[in-house]
Design a protein around this ligand. Structure first.
Ligand SMILES: CC(C)=CCC/C(C)=C/CC/C(C)=C/COP(=O)(O)OP(=O)(O)O
Length: 546
């Protein structure tokens, strides 16, 4: 008589998708011709406003405010050239010596667009003892703007570190003081304190800023109407793409064939929309959503189902990257492997046509390195090895996924992927590494408690505690500090990468903004919270009333 040994698998308590088939059959694009025409006329008006303001030096402060409003309303992609040209001209005219009002908006906008303007201008806000002037606290909007500007700081910019402490403390008091504020402003401040503008996903910022802006007596009707129409026009495109990726995922039928896998195609598409929402990046968005769900499939295979021996086979098959390897895999893994290979095969001819094959090939290599990283994690789990923080970083910053995820974001973006950009991206530049680091740190902070409940690769919190013999609270504080440092590194890198089209840098920043949103408090990707559900509905279900 033979006994079949029961296989022990590290399965997790899996939550099903909260969306069912809601987005599956939403692929009919509405006829929006008439709305598009109205939007065209409004755009023309805004374009003229930008050009007129640029031509008159006295209007330059208003020009910056106009650009800021356009960005916050989520319609800057209509005016890409005008905005880039206006900011270039402002930079050439003033350099570091901006002499208009609203220095914080000037600083934030120029830095966001890649101009390395000096932070010394903020010393104007200090008194002779080197402290921030108390009189600043009388102007709430200026304080808020200064607070927002501090998020663009890089390492060593002490005046901005101090400005952050100063503004955060006072804004906190002001937000809580009913005598000081109306409730709209108070909510606005609280939201800023929770997530500064620089760290917000632009689509979600548009959603909340449109609501805030329309309540402001001074709002511009043209901009407001364009923002609402633009929002609905984009939504109709996004709905159709979401339906497309949902169908792709439905065909794989993971809930039946791979029941251990997180069914997160909607959240994956949300991530893609966080990175880029413009109509012209439709192909890239769809591909990136599929990559994210496929990577989740692989992550769950390593973390929540595969035995060590099975994972060794899978890793070898991935290194060989050929359908001929299917036979060596256990039955359930064949579908995981085929999903991965099919996804890239589908993209290959398009990549050839776009002449970005070297980036495509490198992206595949990033995927292989990433999966090999999962195998090392599995080995350490098997050995019960708790790594030092440096050892942890050497692997966890690979499985943090910067290389594979950012290179995938770029696939399908079209002509903006220049030869220079390819040369840069294939080297795995510091910006990609920063994405890995911040992804890992945020993810570990969000999920370390849950992961403790089953056999799992140790989080940075565990490693830190063990190596330095410190409390959990202390370790968590250290990780938060590291996260802030990585933001500063991202800001610095985004100012020095001059050879790369700016939109490719904002892809990285938007990717990190989405990570931040997903993992800032909890793991919203694995356990979708109420806020995220509301945001997904607002973005992909309900049109905005105009
Ligand atoms: C946040 C992060 C590390 C992202 C890397 C980018 C990436 C590959 C994203 C798609 C798959 C995903 C959500 C993995 C995190 O799984 P998990 O929460 O189970 O994390 P773990 O298994 O890597 O610890």
């Amino acid at each position: 008589m033979s006994f079949k040994q029961e296989v022990i698998r590290p399965v997790r308590n899996l939550l099903p998708s909260v969306w069912g088939d809601l987005f599956l059959n939403n692929d009919k694009k509405a006829d929006l011709g008439e709305i598009e025409q109205i939007a065209e006329d409004l755009k023309e008006q805004v374009r003229k406003d930008i050009i007129v303001a640029l031509g008159n030096q006295k209007e330059h402060t208003n020009l910056l405010k106009l650009i800021d409003t356009i960005q916050r309303l989520g319609i800057s992609y209509y005016f890409e050239e005008e905005i880039a040209n206006a900011l270039q001209r402002v930079y050439e005219a003033y350099g570091d010596d901006w002499n208009g009002d609203n220095i914080s908006i000037w600083f934030r906008l120029l830095r966001q667009h890649g101009f390395h303007v000096s932070c010394d201008i903020f010393n104007k806000y200090k008194d002779k003892h080197g402290a921030f002037k108390e009189s600043l606290t009388n102007d709430v909007e200026e304080m808020l703007e200064l607070y927002e500007a501090t998020s663009l700081r890089i390492q060593g910019e002490v005046v901005l570190d101090e400005a952050l402490d100063f503004t955060r403390t006072h804004l906190n008091d002001i937000a809580k003081d009913p005598l000081h504020n109306n409730s709209i402003m108070s909510t606005h401040i609280q939201e800023a304190l929770e997530t500064p503008l620089h760290k917000r996903i632009p689509r979600l910022e548009a959603l909340s800023y449109i609501r805030f802006y329309e309540k402001q007596a001074s709002h511009d009707e043209t901009l407001l109407k364009l923002a609402k129409l633009g929002f609905n026009l984009l939504q109709s495109i996004h709905k159709s793409e979401l339906s497309q990726v949902s169908k792709w995922w439905k065909d794989i039928d993971a809930p039946k064939n791979l029941p251990y896998v997180r069914d997160r195609i909607v959240e994956s598409y949300f991530w893609a929309c966080g990175v880029y929402s413009e109509p012209k990046y439709s192909l890239a968005r769809v591909f990136f959503a599929k990559v994210t769900q496929t990577t989740t499939l692989i992550d769950d295979t390593y973390d929540a189902y595969g035995t060590y021996e099975e994972l060794e086979l899978f890793t070898e098959a991935v290194e060989r990257w050929s359908l001929t390897c299917l036979d060596m895999l256990p039955e359930y893994m064949k579908l995981v492997y085929k999903t991965l290979l099919d996804l890239y095969q589908e993209m290959e001819p398009i990549m050839e046509k776009e002449e970005i094959t070297p980036l495509f090939n490198r992206s595949k290599e990033f995927m292989i390195e990433f999966i090999k990283g999962y195998m090392i994690e599995a080995k350490w789990v098997k050995e019960g090895h708790i790594p030092t923080t440096d050892e942890h970083a050497s692997i966890a910053f690979v499985t943090g996924g910067g290389g594979v995820m950012i290179s995938s974001c770029y696939l399908g973006m079209g002509e903006i992927i220049t030869n220079e950009a390819i040369k840069w991206a294939v080297t795995e530049p510091p910006l990609f590494k920063a994405c890995s680091a911040i992804g890992r740190l945020l993810n570990d902070i969000a999920s370390y408690k849950k992961e403790r409940e089953r056999e799992h690769f140790p989080s940075i919190v565990e490693c830190y505690k063990k190596q330095y013999d410190v409390t959990e609270e202390y370790a968590i504080d250290m990780v938060h500090k590291q996260i802030e440092d990585v933001w500063k590194d991202i800001n610095r890198e985004s100012l020095i990468c001059k050879e790369v089209p700016r939109r490719l840098i904002t892809v990285v920043i938007n990717y990190v903004r989405t990570l931040y949103y997903l993992y800032k408090y909890n793991d919203n990707f694995s356990e979708v919270g109420e806020d995220m559900k509301d945001h997904i509905k607002a973005l992909f279900v309900h049109a905005m009333s105009v």
